[in-house]
Design a protein around this ligand. Sequence first.
Ligand code: ATP
Ligand code: MG
Length: 400
Amino acid sequence: MSDDRTVKIEVRNLSKVFSDSPEPALELLEQRVPKDEVLERTGLAVGLDNVSFDLYQGEILVVMGLSGSGKSTLIRCVNRLIEPTTGSIRVDGEDITDVPRDELLRLRRDKFGMVFQQFALFPHRTIQGNVEYGLEVQKVEPAERAEKARRAIEQVGLAGWEDAYPNQLSGGMQQRAGLARALAVDADILLMDEAFSALDPLIRRDMQHELVALQEKLQKTILFISHDLDEALNIGDRIILMKDGAIVQSGTPEEILTRPATEYVERFVENVDISKVLTAEHALHRARAVAYCGDGPVTALHKMKEENLSAILVVRTDFRLAGMITAEDADRARRDGVDRIESVLQTDLPTATRDEHLHDLVNRLAGLSVPLPVVDADHKLLGVVSKGGLLEALAEGGSD
Ligand SMILES: Nc1ncnc2c1ncn2[C@@H]1O[C@H](COP(=O)(O)OP(=O)(O)OP(=O)(O)O)[C@@H](O)[C@H]1O
Ligand SMILES: [Mg+2]
């Protein structure tokens, strides 16, 4: 996420009642009557119930909730594909809730790119033609249009497929084309409604990673709808959880998982594999002992004996990680008359960085006779993750 906390979209007290005479429903919502009961008593369907949030410049905000919780209604209100009943939406400081219709089209075109679950590509147009579509609508001249489309196609990894038709592409590729189409118009804001939900799980995971990587470069502001918590955790800088048209919790993935605000959120969170959320940071401990490159084998053996270790990590004097040495190797070096352990180290040691997910460290830790070293960008040893430390962190579930 960017550190820039400029508010890009400000949503305040947004409600949606699907009716031309919404007043009876609004009145009941005001009295905190749940939407099921509002429907029962008035026959009016509530889509949104007093929703407020900020979307910051450069972030990915994921809105999640079960089917019918109001996610699509919300994202469609943001660019007024659905007219909100009450409340305000400011985009770049401009209240768009009373922008006249004709101007609205311009606003929607220039500020928003949309990506849907169903890729909605024109079957009779090539990929190039599909991606150029939004630019055509904007009346961008052909040469510039072609160039912008080409760039967007390249950004989503579809270079070489410009002349193919949608039905010649896999689902994942079609969704990339959908994304390229949204990127081509160069809007600051991307609205993505269940954009990856139609993809099979592995492709879906790839697309999530690619979106995050792309976002690093492009720094768009993204509102992403999902009903999948793992997806939300993978891509969201922040998450909003909705139920019955209202927001029940918002926060960082970490906050949602470790401090679920309501039983509803808790039930949502129960199914998540916590190892995919917690990072090495959460299981980081100081190394119990380290040896230095300049130590002799006897010194290294002594340090291991003191701490009852069968192997020890070895660092340089500036604490950059050099490798490890086992008690067995140190003992052999002693017999061979080696005076510095530096020459007999195992240097091809797996390492981790502090922001890697515990899930990804499990394999690296297996079969290692020292704890897994966690290093910074200069390869300096920050600490270690041991098998016990990892289990402990998972058991605690990150509760600090
Ligand atoms: N045009 C409409 N007329 C009446 N009710 C509607 C309309 N559109 C949506 N609703 C109702 O509003 C509520 C929210 O619907 P919405 O489509 O926003 O849910 P969602 O969270 O996107 O669900 P899903 O995960 O299934 O896409 C639902 O109760 C739905 O029945
Ligand atoms: Mg929906």
